[in-house]
Design a binder for this molecule. Structure first.
Ligand code: SF4
Length: 235
């Protein structure tokens, strides 16, 4: 995003429910409210990235505390060691802004930029935040693959595509882990289960699954020949 867009994002309180939630969110035990970011969390990463990982929303006590997506929470603790293993991250941990983490060929953000109660944004909040998604995408001019973590982020990205005239119907792109679709603008959209602590603890998402998906995504980004019509085949 441009500096002006980042400033607009930082000051955004368009979703009254989310702004009120952040105004009164009690900190986790042993922490103070002063340690919390408690405002919209901007995406970060390589502006020349070919891969964009799109999560749902900042975790109340993770990204909403640290001010960077997937930083300081279980989802990030699962994801960053695997991003490091595939060369997409410079280090295996993400603890705080200024911890030295850099992303290579990768940009990470969330579909909704403010932490929602219960990790559940309302449909109107997804819609309200989509202009920021459009701004992010416009800045990623080498983008090849969008990896949406979980159905919420996936559907919101598809709705953005519909708003932009790239697709006609969201229902034509059903979500399944590993499903990939070549969109009419040339980008790949890849569906992935979220890396949430719940999904990891229940075995819905495993390190092997995520690594396999990342490797396949890197191949797509590099322009590997893929049957564009086998869109519902998992990796
Ligand atoms: S979720 Fe997005 S649109 Fe809503 S207040 Fe936060 S930054 Fe603004």
């Amino acid at each position: 995003m441009s500096v002006a867009a980042l400033e607009e994002l930082a000051a955004c309180r368009r979703c009254a429910r989310l702004a009120a939630y952040l105004d009164q969110l009690p900190p986790a035990r042993g922490r103070g409210r002063a340690e919390y970011w408690n405002r919209p969390v901007a995406g970060f990463g390589d502006r020349q990235a070919r891969i964009w990982i799109l999560g749902l929303a900042p975790g109340a006590h993770g990204a909403n505390r640290t001010g960077r997506p997937f930083t300081g929470d279980g989802a990030g603790d699962f994801m960053y060691p695997l991003l490091y293993q595939t060369g997409l991250a410079s280090q295996p941990s993400a603890t705080a802004l200024g911890d030295g983490l850099a992303l290579r060929d990768l940009y990470i953000s969330n579909a909704v930029k403010c932490a929602p109660p219960g990790n559940k944004p309302a449909p109107a909040e997804f819609a309200c935040c989509r202009p920021f998604l459009a701004m992010e995408q416009a800045k990623l001019n080498r983008l090849q693959v969008v990896v949406a973590l979980g159905r919420g982020a996936y559907d919101s990205y598809l709705r953005l595509c519909r708003e932009q005239g790239i697709i006609q119907r969201v229902a034509d792109y059903p979500f399944a882990h590993g499903a990939r679709y070549r969109l009419s603008n040339g980008l790949w959209l890849v569906a992935c289960y979220h890396t949430s602590r719940y999904n990891v603890q229940t075995g819905r998402m495993t390190a092997v699954m995520f690594l396999e998906l990342l490797e396949a995504v890197q191949a797509l980004a590099a322009g590997a020949a893929v049957d564009e019509h086998s869109v519902e085949q998992p990796f």
